[in-house]
Design a protein around this ligand. Structure first.
Ligand SMILES: [Mn+2]
Length: 346
């Protein structure tokens, strides 16, 4: 669906990390269509975080740029802000927190940049990130820019992403962003034995931001959608913190529209809501080009319907798309599916 009612030129902001920025960057011109979002948005800030340090399989850092090239929001020209890449220390020797050195550095840097965008260009933001560890940056930016507001999060994902270095089976930090945002500290009696440095670095992530707000969100303001693959430590957290979740079975029983309504109803107290859409929430028949596909997810049409209902809420401040890996099999279709969903929404 494309509306021919461009409102204001959006700002395009590109943040490139962890790889060299191409000398000539092909970008399409983008415009916002605020009517699709219930009338509260005048601009869309497009923010890309091209890092996949937190993923087990590399290549998702290419996802944001690949998707951007296929976006077709509007034919009008608008201004571009590019933020240059930074050198990262990426120490993969940490068995239970792979790349945490680089992630600490990247998250602090990216948060500063996004905070600037949020303060200078308030409105709705579309964040396209490499791997899902970056989700903590977006949530932190919303909270730090709105410290007195109650922030809700809708985590549309096959996974719970609630591990910490003490519980992770893989050491991949894209399975940990919600534990960061919820401020979950490492239990000293945990099964994975960590160094003092690793524990200190984890604590730095929990306190990410100049205001060191921790936690960024509280469990009652978090909702999972399409949750279907998690470890027992994550199930314990969901159970103990009484986090709201919907599984594919719930979707089949109630339908996408009802799931969206129940989610917004659960978050009705929140001032602002951040949606994070991991493409592995969709079924592998359309999303095989992601690091950790899990059978039984959303069809493309269901994803479009779900997001279009959620985006009508004036509480929504940002939508993140993540874990699109052009290097994996069927990757071209993964990029196309992600771009197609976004083109249908805006
Ligand atoms: Mn995820």
């Amino acid at each position: 669906m494309h509306l021919n009612i461009p409102i204001n030129p959006c700002k395009k902001i590109f943040i490139f990390y962890g790889y060299q920025l191409p000398m000539t960057l092909q970008v399409k011109e983008l415009y916002s269509h605020h009517t699709i979002l219930g009338g509260f948005v005048n601009n869309i800030n497009i923010i890309t975080i091209s890092s996949d340090i937190g993923a087990g399989k590399k290549g998702a850092y290419k996802g944001p740029k690949a998707v951007i090239e296929l976006l077709d929001f509007s034919p009008k020209e608008c201004s571009i802000t590019q933020i240059e890449p930074i050198e990262l220390e990426n120490n993969l020797q940490h068995q239970f927190a792979k790349g945490i050195d680089g992630i600490v550095q990247l998250q602090a840097h990216a948060l500063g940049k996004i905070n600037t965008i949020f303060s200078e260009q308030p409105g709705f933001s579309l964040i396209i990130s490499g791997d899902h560890s970056n989700g903590h940056i977006g949530i932190s930016a919303v909270k730090e820019s709105n410290p007195d507001k109650k922030i809700g999060v809708i985590w549309i994902d096959a996974h719970a992403d609630l591990h910490n270095p003490g519980t992770t089976p893989s050491g991949n930090m894209h399975g940990m962003p919600l534990a960061m945002s919820l401020g979950i500290a490492i239990n000293p009696a945990t099964k994975n034995q960590l160094t003092d440095l690793e524990t200190a670095q984890w604590n730095q992530l929990l306190q990410l931001g100049s205001k060191q707000i921790c936690p960024k969100i509280t469990p009652e303001n978090l909702v999972f959608i399409e949750l279907r693959d998690f470890e027992k430590e994550e199930a314990t957290i969901i159970d103990q913190l009484q986090i709201k979740y919907f599984t594919p079975e719930d979707r089949k029983k109630f339908g996408v529209k009802k799931i969206a309504e129940l989610t917004l109803n659960h978050l009705s107290d929140c001032d602002l809501i951040y949606i994070s859409f991991d493409v592995d929430s969709m079924d592998p028949s359309v999303s095989e080009g992601t690091g950790t596909p899990v059978p039984g997810g959303l069809s493309k049409q269901e994803a479009i319907e779900l997001l279009s209902i959620l985006l009508k809420s004036p509480q929504i401040i940002a939508l993140e798309f993540t874990e699109i890996n052009p290097d994996l099999p069927q990757s071209n279709s993964m990029v196309e599916v992600a771009a197609d969903v976004l083109n249908q929404l805006f």
